[in-house]
Design a protein around this ligand. Structure first.
Ligand SMILES: [Zn+2]
Ligand SMILES: [Zn+2]
Length: 377
C-alpha cells in the first residue's frame, strides 16, 4: 500500500518534488515540535528574577548563550560577550558586527577609562570594564570578545584560539577608531600547561574569579567544529573554523557570595576538595542536552549539583543564538531548535524536587540587569 502510494506521488510530482516534499515536511515537524516550547513560555512568565538598577552595587546581565556582563562595585567583567546574533549563520560565513557590539556598549554602559560621552559612563562608582573572558573558542562565545577588550583596554583571557581573533578582528573593522587594538593586554590561560593544573585564580577589580578547565559537550553538532582555531583566520569565516581550544567554567565571588557559570554541558567530573566549588547559584548550560542519552543528562546534573551544592539553578545556553533578542519584549527568548528543551527542564525539575535541600530552578531576564542572589539567604 505504502509502496503504491509512493509510486503515485512520484508519478504526480516527480522525484525532485518528492524530495522537496519530504524536506519541507521534515522542516515543519522539526520547527513546530522543538522551537516553540510551552513549558518554557509557562516558566518564563512566572519564574524570572526581578530586574535591578544600574546603580545597584552588584548586577548581572544575561545576553543569552553564556554571555554575561557582571558588575560589582567599580568593576565590570564580561564573560564571552557574544552579541552578533544573525539569522542563517550556519549557512553563510560569520564575522563580528561592530554596529551590534557598539549598540550593546551604549545600551548597557560598558565603560572604559578613555574619554567618552558622559552618558555612557555616568556611574558614580566610575565602573569600567576590566576584563573579558571567553569560555572557549567557538563562535557563540568568542566571536565578539576582542572588540569589547579593544573598546575598553580591558585584559583578554584565553588560549591561542582566542589570541588569533585579535588580528582577524582588527583587519575586519578598518577605520573604526573606537577600538584600540594595540593597547589591550592578552593573558594566556592554560596553554602549553604541562603541570596538569585545572584551575586558575584571578583577582579582577572587586571580584575573585576562578577559571576551571571543563570538558566541552560532545554531540553531532559540536563534532562538526574544529578542535582548535588555526593560527591565521580572516573574517568572515566559516563557522567551523572557530575551534574549541581550552574550555573553562567560571566561578565568581563577590562579598562572600559565589556563582558558577557552567557554559557547556560536558562530562563535568570534579576532582576538587569538598567545598572548593561551593556556589550559591549555578548558571547551568543546557545546550545540546536534548541530543544525548538520559543517563548522560542525569550524570551531568548529579556531578555539578554535588560539587556546588547550590540554592538556585539558572538555565543558560538553551536559546537560539541566531535570532536577535526582541528589545521591546525583553522576556522573550527563542529556544534553540532540536534541543528538547522542555523535556530536559522537566527532568531537572524532578531531580531538584527529589533532593532533601531545596533547589530553585529559575530564569534570568534577557538583556536586563538582575541580581542572581536576589531572595536567597
Ligand atoms: Zn562550544
Ligand atoms: Zn556554546
Amino acid at each position: 500500500m505504502i509502496k503504491n502510494l509512493t509510486g503515485v506521488v512520484v508519478i504526480v510530482i516527480g522525484f525532485n518534488g518528492l524530495f522537496r516534499l519530504i524536506f519541507v515536511t521534515f522542516s515543519v515537524v522539526i520547527l513546530s515540535g522543538f522551537s516553540g516550547s510551552s513549558y518554557l513560555k509557562k516558566r518564563s512568565s512566572n519564574d524570572i528574577l526581578p530586574v535591578s538598577s544600574i546603580y545597584d552595587d552588584f548586577n548581572v546581565v544575561f545576553f543569552g548563550s553564556s554571555s554575561f556582563l557582571i558588575e560589582a562595585g567599580a568593576t565590570q567583567l564580561l564573560i564571552d560577550g557574544f552579541v552578533t546574533r544573525k539569522k542563517h549563520m550556519f549557512i553563510g560565513r560569520i564575522a563580528p558586527d561592530p554596529y551590534m557590539i557598539v549598540d550593546v556598549i551604549r545600551r548597557f554602559r560598558i565603560c572604559t577609562s578613555k574619554p567618552h560621552p558622559a552618558k555612557i559612563c555616568a556611574h558614580p562608582k566610575k565602573r569600567r570594564l576590566k576584563a573579558v573572558i571567553p569560555v572557549h573558542g567557538h563562535y557563540d562565545h568568542a566571536l565578539d570578545s576582542t572588540y569589547f577588550a579593544a573598546w575598553a583596554n580591558a585584559d583578554l583571557y584565553g588560549d591561542t584560539s582566542i589570541q588569533v581573533l585579535k588580528q582577524a578582528s582588527q583587519e575586519h573593522s578598518p577605520g573604526r577608531t573606537e577600538f584600540e587594538w594595540e593597547n589591550f593586554h592578552f593573558e594566556d590561560i592554560f596553554t602549553d600547561d604541562k603541570t596538569g593544573q585545572n584551575t586558575r585564580h584571578l583577582v579582577i577589580g572587586d571580584l575573585k574569579v576562578t577559571l576551571i578547565k571543563t570538558k566541552h559537550a560532545k554531540n553531532i553538532a559540536t563534532s562538526l567544529l574544529k578542535p582548535k582555531t588555526s593560527e591565521r583566520i580572516r573574517f568572515p569565516t566559516k563557522l567551523r573554523n572557530m575551534g574549541l581550544g581550552v574550555s573553562v567554567s567560571v566561578l565568581v565571588e563577590y562579598k562572600n557570595k559565589r556563582f558558577l557559570i557552567l557554559p557547556s554541558a560536558g562530562p563535568f567530573v570534579p576532582s576538587f576538595k569538598d567545598g572548593e566549588l561551593a556556589a550559591d547559584v549555578v548558571f547551568l548550560g543546557l545546550g545540546g542536552l536534548g541530543l544525548v542519552w538520559k543517563h548522560t543528562r542525569q550524570d551531568y546534573w548529579n556531578n555539578i549539583i554535588n560539587a556546588t551544592d547550590p540554592k538556585r539553578v539558572i538555565p543558560i545556553h538553551w536559546d537560539g543564538d541566531m535570532v536577535q533578542f526582541n528589545k521591546d519584549k525583553q522576556k522573550n527568548f527563542s529556544v534553540a531548535p532540536v534541543q528538547s528543551f522542555d523535556s530536559t527542564l522537566k527532568f531537572y525539575e524532578e531531580l531538584a524536587s527529589k533532593r532533601s535541600k531545596k533547589i530553585e530552578i529559575i530564569f534570568a531576564p534577557a538583556e536586563a540587569r538582575f541580581n542572581p542572589f536576589s531572595g536567597l539567604n
